[in-house]
Design a protein. Structure first.
Lengths: 267, 130
């Protein structure tokens, strides 16, 4: 039995399939980091840390004639988003109801999406994750609200990447506010702004909940590494009356190998 | 006998993996039955008896295919490899090598979960719609 304890939940096999499917559908559109950075794994729940291939000194060595160093690793962080489903709703799903109330699961999925994206793009110092916008050595470019200037800003970011020898294709993680403005805007002649920006980066424009402003980055590979321990899973916590308490869970870490391969467009 | 189909202690296996193992055992039994009917038919001279056995073998074909389809639906990597081999003209071994290479590399790139994992299998979304 895995640590997710799914077998202990009063949920039928068909019920679990519906829950997993709902979770997948709610998570996939917003998991922007996974659409733009290198993903490796899943390496399993027991996988605890990424080897960085580096060392740090051990200052106090209480042994004569001995020097010592310590290997540096990046520990994985475990994310968990709790939610609860009604047993009555799950039973109705087994009866064939198509409109099972998964509202709590959907809210948990949204929280997990925002947490994962925020950690990757803006960092999470307490968890030891440095985000690509904060470690970028490129000068940030103010994005602003004026969509007419977006092509200029994105082109400037691509230019900055090229001038550092960072090859394309390039991608843009667009925060929800900026993404909405882009979607709503057509340039002179009715040409969609979205298409214009895609042509500039020669890559993807990705709706990125949790991102403030936007981040332009190289998609050539090898610059941004997302390492998954346990990929997103649904587990069972407890039964409390009519409510089945479940959770979404994953373990991962993220590191930037090439800080100059991303440019932050500040919101 | 009931737990002979498990290679590991059943109590430690997730329900999905136990189901997977049961269907693998069922698939094996159906394949054995198909082979047995094939042998019986090869030596049976009574036409009526042979017709019954041919009908029974047809049932085993059906059971085998249903078991296989269930297992393939649960195992995307297996399904991808099967897709490159089954119902193809040409060299079976060559198709097998090509299908395995393409499917395993694709799965590794996409962060596919291992068979029987409880993960949602989201993995990498590079190339997914935005």
């Amino acid at each position: 039995m895995s640590h997710l304890l799914r077998e202990h939940a009063p949920i039928t096999a068909a019920g679990w399939e519906r829950i997993d499917q709902e979770a997948r559908e709610r998570l996939t559109p917003g998991l922007a980091a996974r659409k733009l950075v290198d993903f490796s794994g899943p390496l399993g729940w027991q996988y605890s840390a990424t080897s960085l291939g580096r060392i740090e000194p051990v200052k106090k060595v209480p042994f004569d004639g001995i020097t010592a160093v310590r290997r540096r690793v990046l520990p994985l962080v475990e994310l968990r988003a709790d939610f609860a489903l009604s047993r009555g709703e799950l039973a109705d799903g087994d009866r064939g109801a198509e409109d099972v109330d998964f509202g709590s699961l959907d809210a948990a999925a949204k929280n997990l999406v925002i947490a994962e994206n925020t950690a990757v793009f803006h960092g999470w110092p307490a968890a030891g994750i440095l985000g690509m916008a904060e470690v970028s050595t490129q000068k940030p470019i103010p994005l602003g609200d004026d969509c007419a200037k977006y092509p200029r800003h994105v082109a400037a970011a691509v230019d900055a990447l090229r001038s550092e020898g960072i090859a394309g294709p390039y991608g843009v993680a667009l925060g929800p506010a900026a993404h909405q403005r882009v979607l709503e805007t057509s340039e002179h002649g009715g040409y969609p702004l979205l298409e214009h920006l895609r042509e500039i980066v020669d890559g993807s424009l990705v709706w990125s909940p949790g991102v403030n402003g936007a981040v332009v980055m190289s998609l050539r590979g090898g610059d941004f590494l997302f390492e998954s321990g346990e990929d997103i899973s649904v587990g069972f916590d407890r039964l409390e009356g009519e409510a089945v308490h479940l959770y979404l869970e994953e373990s991962f870490t993220f590191r930037v190998v090439t800080p100059e391969a991303a440019v932050s467009l500040t919101g | 006998m009931g737990s002979d189909q498990y290679h590991e202690p059943p109590d430690e296996l997730p329900a999905e993996t136990r189901t997977f193992a049961r269907l693998c055992a069922s698939l094996t039994e159906e394949a054995e039955a198909i082979g047995w009917y094939e042998q019986r038919l090869a030596v049976e001279s009574d036409r009526s008896a042979a017709a019954i056995m041919r009908d029974a073998q047809g049932e085993e074909f059906k059971h085998f295919c249903m078991d296989l389809e269930f297992l393939l639906r649960r195992t995307p990597l297996w399904r991808d490899i099967a897709r490159g081999i089954l119902f193809q003209e040409g060299d079976i071994v060559e198709h097998g090598e090509e299908a395995e290479e393409a499917a395993v590399e694709g799965a590794a790139e996409q962060g596919a979960p291992v068979a029987g994992s409880d993960s949602l299998g989201v993995g990498s979304l590079k190339g997914a719609p935005h």
